[in-house]
Design a binder for this molecule. Structure first.
Ligand code: PMT
Length: 399
């Protein structure tokens, strides 16, 4: 989605992180992009061109004089693609770009590029901090080159710091943002995701099977389409989506505070989180001992965040969307929640299926609206479901 059928040129320069570019090609191809790889001579010391050729299905160009066509390939690639990505970009390559040096295929290609360029620097942290590199990056930024900051962490040279090539999934996300239609620019979204965890004692809690995948897909897709996104997330193992403000919470009470405190400033609120409905009435200071044959826990209702939002709705949020996770009588229950919580739309998913709902990458949903209209969507990836939901939200916003 958003990347499908796009033509992306990936330039790989000579750094240890060149191996990560292999995974990036795989992810881009999986998304339906056409990827053409160009490498510097030094990059070939780290990864063989054959690896990229096998994954991209295209010949990799490494040297200026390998081009056989009448139309010079460096010009064709630089002007006929949708995006040029340089990952990893070494200090040397950044320096050459800054000063317009074109002494090999890749540096000539970027000089000829008329399409957006995404530069992903990766190097030793001291090299990255060096004033020469920083000033070069500043110049490139001013010229409109998109620069993805390296990640912090342990580096190949056994030091710690900022200099790691971001993970391929994060680069993919940044590419989505750059290639996205930008049709949600100017809108502010709040999305909730994941479960909540309600503590019983210092070592136990009540939770559910939500992985956060559905909510994170919504947040990522809305961001990729240009929206400003706040993601209120219960405990999950998912990486924070690029460009999204993530607010981590644990309990329903914490989620309520985070959501209600921000909802009024948003155009759209989507509650995809699986908020635990009942929590222990009292929290035991010390681990409950295994003494008796049975144990009774007294539970009380957690606050219904979405219901409170629906009740107190003013001008904002302009669109309020809920989810309904059901194992039976899906439509009736969803319809009831739509009305009770004063929503514009509810996404009903049958969580008794193995290919939908909790902790899988696909979902099968029905979209229900206030006017009684029901849309039945086919089984799709959660990213695709998110795309549909966002399209419908656009309609509800009158865009
Ligand atoms: O996270 P994944 O593994 O990707 O799984 C996705 C999902 C199944 C969690 C998601 O698609 C989904 O259905 N989320 C809503 C789950 C749920 O709690 O449904 P519900 O029918 O119990 O609640 C209805 C709505 O009220 C939901 O929007 C929920 O966020 C909200 N709610 C519920 C209880 C509560 N105390 N406060 C709430 O705001």
């Amino acid at each position: 989605m958003l990347i499908k059928d796009k033509k992306i040129v990936l330039g790989v320069t000579g750094g240890i992180a060149a191996y990560k570019a292999v995974e990036l090609v795989r992810l881009l191809v999986l998304e339906g992009a056409e990827v053409q790889v160009g490498m510097t001579a030094h990059a070939m010391e780290f990864v063989a061109p054959l690896t990229f050729e096998a994954l991209s299905g295209h010949k990799v160009i490494c040297h200026m004089f390998e081009q056989h066509h009448v139309v010079m390939e460096h010009i064709e690639w630089a002007q006929g693609s949708d995006l040029v990505v340089i990952a990893p970009a070494t200090a040397n390559f950044i320096g050459k770009m800054t000063h317009g040096i074109a002494d090999d295929f890749l540096s000539t290609l970027v000089l000829a590029a008329t399409v957006p360029i995404l530069l992903c620097p990766a190097m030793n942290n001291k090299m990255y901090e060096n004033v020469a590199v920083q000033e070069n990056l500043e110049i490139l930024r001013k010229r409109g080159i998109h620069i993805m900051e390296p990640a912090q962490g342990s580096l190949a040279c056994r030091s710690e710091g900022r200099g790691r090539l971001p993970e391929p999934v994060d680069i993919l996300e940044q590419i989505r943002i750059l290639l996205g239609p930008n049709d949600m620019q100017g809108l502010k979204f709040l999305v909730s995701a994941g479960p909540t965890a309600e503590p019983i004692d210092p070592v136990r809690y009540i939770t559910n099977r939500s992985s956060g995948k559905m909510g994170y897909a919504l947040a990522r897709m809305a961001r990729a389409r240009g929206a400003e996104v706040v993601l209120v997330s219960g405990p999950t193992s998912l990486p924070p989506p690029v460009g999204v403000e993530v607010i981590g919470v644990r309990t329903a009470e914490e989620m309520k505070a985070a959501v209600l405190g921000r909802a009024k400033a948003c155009d759209v609120v989507i509650m995809a989180a699986a908020v635990v409905d009942y929590r222990p009435k009292r929290y035991e200071e010390h681990k409950i001992k295994k003494e008796d044959e049975s144990l009774r826990l007294d539970l009380e209702k957690t606050p219904d965040i979405l219901k409170e939002l629906g009740k107190s709705r003013g001008e904002t949020p302009r669109v309020l969307v809920g989810f309904a996770a059901e194992t039976q009588d899906l439509l009736n229950h969803a319809q009831q929640k739509l009305q009770e919580k004063n929503l514009d739309m509810i996404v009903a998913n049958d969580v008794s299926r193995t290919d939908a709902g909790f902790d899988v990458d696909t979902n099968l949903v029905k979209l229900l609206y206030r006017d009684g209209v029901i849309e039945d969507l086919p089984l799709m990836s959660k990213d695709e479901v998110a795309g549909w939901i966002l399209d419908r939200i656009k309609g509800l916003l009158g865009l």
